[in-house]
Structure formats: C-alpha cells, structure tokens
Design a protein. Structure first.
Length: 459
C-alpha cells in the first residue's frame, strides 16, 4: 500500500519496559478487594518510592480482585501476566489467585487488551511493590501484618475548568495544577484568568471527566462568590450538583493560583517570574493543531528567552506554555499579523482575542524564532539555503512488529529519541528493537524515492 504523506504516526505494542524518564508519576490500585471497589474515580493512589517503583499496603477483602492502573480509568494499567482463570463468561477477563512472592505483570494498553487481575483467596494485610523499571514489569507481594497503611491521601493534580479558564468547559483541555510536594494536598500553577461576570467562571475537578452522577470537585464555599482581586478565597469539596457553586471572575490576566485542599483555601496572586519549561507551537503553519513534542521552543541561556528552528508553511500558528489548550497561550498583538523577519510583538491570548501569526505562501521556509517572555517580543530570522521542507513523494509503508520495523524499500533506517539522540541505525530493510526501551521515538527512513520521518511508540 502506498502513501503520499511523509509524516504520519504509528502506534504499536511490543513487550518492553518503560523508558527511563517516562514512568508515570503515580500508579493506582483498583478493584473490589480494596475500598475503591471498581469505581475508577475512587482508585487508590500508591506511594511513589522512586521513579517507576510504587508501593501500597492495606487490608484486602477475600473473594475480591484488584489490578493497577495509571490514571482514573480501567486502562492503561497492569495485571498479572499469568492470569488464566476466566471471570464469568468473558474470555477477555481473567484472574490469577493472589499469593506472596514476585509476579510478572502485563501492560494493558486500552479496553480491547486482555483484562487481567489478582483474586484474593485469603483476606489479610498485604504489601505490594510494583517495579516497572526492569526488563519486565513485576510486583512483589508480601505479608504486611503489623505494617501501617501505605497509600497517598490526595490526588496528584487537580483540573481548573470554567469560562474563566482557557480550557472553558472542555475538561480534556484543562491544564492541571500540580501538587507542590508528594501527597501535600497543595497545588499550584500559573493561569490566565479570563473575565467572567456570571457565576460559571471557575472550579476545580479531581478527575478529568464529567460523570452523570457524582463529580469530585472543589467549588466556592458559598453561592455567588466573586474573585474580584488577588487574595484568599474559601473552597468547599462536594459531589453534589446542588452545591456546584462556581466563582465568577472580574479580574483578568496572568495569575499564580494555589489551591490547598487540606485547609480548603485558594490563593490568587499576580504572576511572578513565570518561566515554563517549554513552549509548544501549534497551527497549520507548523504541521497541525495538535501538540507535538518536536515543535517546541526550548530555553536559552538568557532569562525568559526561548528558541525554535523549523519549517513554516502557509497558515497560522500560536504557542502555549503547556501541551493542552487550557495552558497559558501566546499569539500576535492583533488579528492578521503577518509573519516576517524582524521583531514581532507577542501578547497573552484570552477569550475573544485569539490572534495568531499568519504565514503567507511566499514566506514559507526554514526559520529560527526567538521569543522573550520578559519583553514579549518574537524575533524571526529566515535561515539561508534550501528549506528542509520535503515535497510529497511516494514512499512505501513500513510495518512495526514486536521485534522491529520492516520497510521493504528502505536503504537505511534510524531511530532517535525525542531529544534527537540516535538510538540505533541500519543499512537495510529491518531495524530491530534489540536493547531499545519503551518510549516515544522518531523513525527516519531513506528509500530511493526520498526520506520520511514518523513518530512511533514502543511499549
């Protein structure tokens, strides 16, 4: 099968460990052997003892089952690889009787993957130590008689949402506030607050989705509360739609927001020294309206300055201080600003002023962009020589298997990590995964017709 597009994505699975640095920050326990039952919103957060290693100690209920998930959902996650006893009449759902010792785990990518769990045949107190850093993910199960409970009390992040946020009511776009330290119950971040006079401006969700019934959320302590100035505001935790009291917001701009769910207080102050790690470019001028870790400004040695070099085609673009549309957004000072060499003014984008930079067809090419968030200026410099933009050509599709990449017309192939470091290369039609950890990579293929690059995921 032929394709006329050089850039495309492929998602495939293979048995491998998670690449160092890509370990989930948290792992959760789910199942009716635990207090969480099978309610994903109540999944119990394990203690992260080091990167890729998680522990949980608690009493388990006889006859119940459990497994591990990476978020408040049934997948992705991990279950016992050796589970074989069918649950009910569903052959895709199996269990392994829980015993002490070390058990190999199997990664479950989505709802279509085998659903494997442990079944508790003897009630008791158990300790689980999950380690996904080795050649194969494993869990060590031990008798925890006399040991204290071991789990986190508070969520890893909370999600600001409402018409005062850049995400609006699209919770999947919410850019979360992260805890200031493990299990502190205190969350902070920098947000652009949009003015919203009616009382649907701001609240905070614990789980990044809306349920038909109960939704865990932090709202205003009383109805009809307004954020009219920096300061401290009282919060209330609720599951009830009857107490879904959102703040109205009459201030506008960039603010540091801290939410303490232990004292039910929110503190808002004018942003100080906002310095995001990266800035993500999005738009049809840079390849599309999705967040690509290869299309980012990175910090320079100058405070507040970021740089990016890449290809620009006819279209629009803007950039964000995070990889969600709810993050702080930057764009042009007015509608229709043309992209050209020199210094351009950058503004914070808000509701009603989504001004993007416009690249004309005759301006397409390879550029180096330098943005300074202190001066709010974008310096544009066109690079001399031939653009790296590649014309459409026909290339042969490649196949990703568990053991590697196969491309019949390949003359050479190489695999790079997202920092640009070459991991493995071959002069041939098979690029093996031997020794390659799981993670996100860039695949480069040379054929007689030309060169193609693709982002792939190895699991």
């Amino acid at each position: 099968m032929k394709s006329r597009f050089l850039l495309f994505s492929a998602l495939a699975l293979c048995s491998a460990t998670v690449a160092a640095g890509n370990y989930p920050a948290s792992l959760y326990v789910l199942g009716d052997a635990t207090p969480a039952q099978w309610t994903t919103d109540d999944a119990i957060r394990m203690v992260t003892v080091e990167d890729g290693v998680y522990e949980y100690t608690a009493d388990l209920t006889e006859g119940g089952r459990l497994r591990f998930v990476t978020t408040y959902d049934f997948a992705p996650g991990y279950g016992p690889a050796m589970a074989s006893t069918i649950v009910g009449d569903n052959p895709n759902e199996t269990y392994l009787e829980l015993t002490t010792g070390i058990h190999e785990l199997e990664y479950r990518n989505d709802y279509t993957s085998p659903d494997k769990s442990f079944k508790v045949t003897a009630a008791g107190r158990y300790k689980f130590r999950v380690d996904i850093t080795g050649e194969k993910p494993v869990v060590e199960v031990s008798d925890a008689t006399g040991l204290p409970d071991q789990s986190f009390s508070y969520p890893e992040v909370i999600y600001p949402i409402g018409n005062a946020t850049n995400a609006g009511w699209s919770i999947e776009n919410s850019y979360p506030l992260h805890e200031t330290s493990f299990d502190s119950g205190v969350y902070s971040g920098t947000m652009f607050l949009n003015r919203c006079d009616i009382f649907d401006g701001l609240k905070f969700m614990v789980v990044p989705r809306f349920n038909q019934t109960d939704n865990k959320m932090y709202v205003a302590a009383q109805p009809n509360q307004t954020i009219g100035a920096p300061g401290e505001y009282d919060l209330k935790y609720t599951l009830s739609g009857d107490e879904d009291w959102k703040f109205s917001v009459t201030i506008e701009g960039l603010y540091d927001v801290t939410v303490d769910i232990t004292s039910l207080k929110m503190t808002i102050s004018e942003a100080q020294n906002f310095s995001p790690e990266k800035l993500w470019l999005v738009g049809d001028a840079v390849g599309g309206w999705s967040f690509d870790d290869n299309k980012v400004f990175v910090k320079t040695e100058t405070e507040g300055e970021y740089s990016y070099t890449g290809d620009f085609v006819e279209g629009e673009f803007k950039f964000y201080a995070g990889n969600k549309f709810g993050a702080v957004a930057y764009g042009a000072e007015s509608n229709g600003v043309l992209f050209q060499e020199g210094d351009l003014t950058v503004t914070l984008l808000k509701t009603g002023s989504d001004f993007k930079f416009n690249v004309a067809a005759d301006q397409a090419g390879n550029y180096t962009l330098t943005v300074n968030l202190k001066t709010m200026k974008l310096n544009v410099k066109k690079n001399s020589g031939t653009s790296t933009i590649v014309e459409e050509i026909e290339v042969t599709d490649w196949i990703q298997n568990a053991y590697g990449i196969v491309c019949e017309k390949a003359q050479a192939m190489a695999l790079y990590d997202i920092s640009g470091r070459k991991i493995v290369s071959v002069n041939g039609t098979l690029l093996p995964f031997d020794g390659v950890n799981a993670g996100v990579y860039i695949l480069s293929i040379e054929t007689p017709q030309g060169h193609s690059t693709s982002k792939i995921v190895i699991r």
